[in-house]
Design a binder for this molecule. Structure first.
Ligand code: SDX
Length: 385
């Protein structure tokens, strides 16, 4: 093989086309099916954005009403899935808990499909499977936090839309509209981001003609890593380590001396700032005001100013999201499961797109191991050749 131009981490490699979203580092912008994500976050309920990602168009009022009616039918945590969660140790990482729950759902939903080819499902079946996962994930994620706190499962409320119901399920009380709006915006911002590691994982699994649930379970495994989705949890650990704005300079001196990655900063594609951060920072600011926690904003700003001035590396979406979820009352370990509940829309949109125009994803590798060699004394069995 000629001198090989290896792209480690597939950095800069265009692996396929997609019509779902466009990430543009030049203009620092993100489009979902052509709409700037900032406009969607400011005007749409998350249900409408889920519909847009799956169908390519925003729903009419009638279509949104139908979508919401169908979503409500699938919100409940089934006894089998609840039992599977209850069998896990209380200190199971919530990402493993959600991954297990989705795996149980997949095993049940594809049971009896006969041979492996039948599990793949039709586009219509997979669209329905996508909606059902979208609808039930709030119950899975919120039940996980409640059981760790020793609190009982809360049943969904059909009079509440997706974001308000998610917060109801978690805290057992109706959230203030300011909090619902900030949470809704975060879900829209987290929903989709082209071929990020977890989405590409889902596409690789889908490309073998495996089923949607296997692709989602694989994506959850990829999202867990702190270089990817796990960063929003890691940002909060950093905030807790630093404590207050006064400690930032000393903490950062030590962290950089240890060559630590400062979670919530940097991005493989955006190199001059993550297009989603201004919208999520605005949502964080409304929460800081709502809960009267100015010290959170002080720490946030001090760390950002210090790190950007020293390394020229900018915040990504996980940086404002961590403190925002903390203010709302989510446990730090619940942060990345919230990312799952949002990104299930993007993952499944990509699974559907991969299925519609599939090619097995199988890159090449450049061998750099031992030269060919043979077992001493081995005499080939000429009859077998
Ligand atoms: C998400 O892809 C997506 O779209 C992901 C995502 C999505 O919506 O799906 O946007 C969500 O995953 C956001 C990223 C969350 N991860 C983090 O916040 C973890 C911290 N960030 C870094 O690990 C890093 O910035 C990455 C992994 C995000 C991107 O890294 P790259 O593009 O592979 O670049 P790199 O790691 O090679 O960094 C280049 C240089 C290195 O310095 P040198 O070793 O060359 O001297 O910049 C440094 C890095 O050390 N650097 C950092 C840093 N990010 C980059 N140094 C300290 N802290 C950081 N955060």
């Amino acid at each position: 093989m000629a001198d090989t131009d290896i792209k480690k981490g597939l950095a800069g490699v265009v692996a396929d086309e997609t019509a779902i979203s466009k990430v543009n580092p030049e203009t620092n912008s993100l489009l979902y099916r052509g709409y700037p994500v900032q406009e969607l976050a400011a005007t749409q309920p998350f249900e409408a954005v889920a519909y847009l990602l799956w169908h390519g168009e925003l729903p009419t009022e009638e279509q949104l009403a139908g979508f919401r009616a169908e979503e409500r039918k699938h919100r409940a945590l089934s006894p089998v899935v609840k039992d599977a969660i209850d069998r896990l140790p209380l200190d199971t990482h919530p990402m493993d808990e959600v991954r297990t729950a989705v795996s149980v759902i997949g095993a049940i939903e594809t049971a009896g499909t006969g041979n492996v080819l039948d599990a793949v499902g039709t586009p219509e079946e997979n669209l329905q499977r996508s909606l059902q996962l979208f609808a039930v994930l709030p119950a899975i994620v919120s039940y996980g936090q409640r059981r760790r706190r020793g609190e009982a499962l809360v049943e969904s409320r059909d009079d509440l839309d997706y974001a308000a119901n998610f917060l109801w399920l978690t805290f057992g009380e109706e959230a203030d509209p300011v909090v619902v709006d900030a949470f809704n915006r975060s879900m829209i911002l987290y929903a989709e981001h082209s071929f990020n590691a977890s989405t590409f994982t889902a596409r690789v699994i889908t490309s073998t003609l495996s089923d949607l649930y296997s692709a989602v379970v694989g994506a959850i495994g990829a999202l867990k890593g702190p270089l990817h989705g796990g960063a929003n949890e890691a940002v909060m650990h950093i905030f807790d380590e630093i404590g207050s704005a006064d400690n930032v300079v000393e903490w950062l001196d030590a962290a950089l001396a240890e060559k630590r990655k400062i979670m919530g900063f940097g991005h493989r594609v955006y190199k001059r700032g993550d297009s989603r951060v201004p919208t999520m920072k605005a949502a964080l600011d409304t929460l800081v005001a709502h809960y009267d926690r100015p010290e959170v904003a002080e720490l946030y700003t001090k760390l950002e100013d210090e790190f950007v001035s020293r390394k020229g590396i900018y915040p990504n979406l996980d940086y404002p999201s961590g403190p925002a979820y903390n203010l709302i009352g989510y446990d730090t370990l619940t942060f990345t499961p919230l990312f799952i509940a949002a990104r299930i829309t993007g993952w499944t949109a990509h699974i559907l797109e991969q299925q519609a125009s599939n090619a097995l994803i199988r890159p090449l590798s450049a061998y750099n191991g031992a030269d060919e060699r043979h077992i001493e004394g081995y005499v080939p069995d000429t009859a077998a050749l």
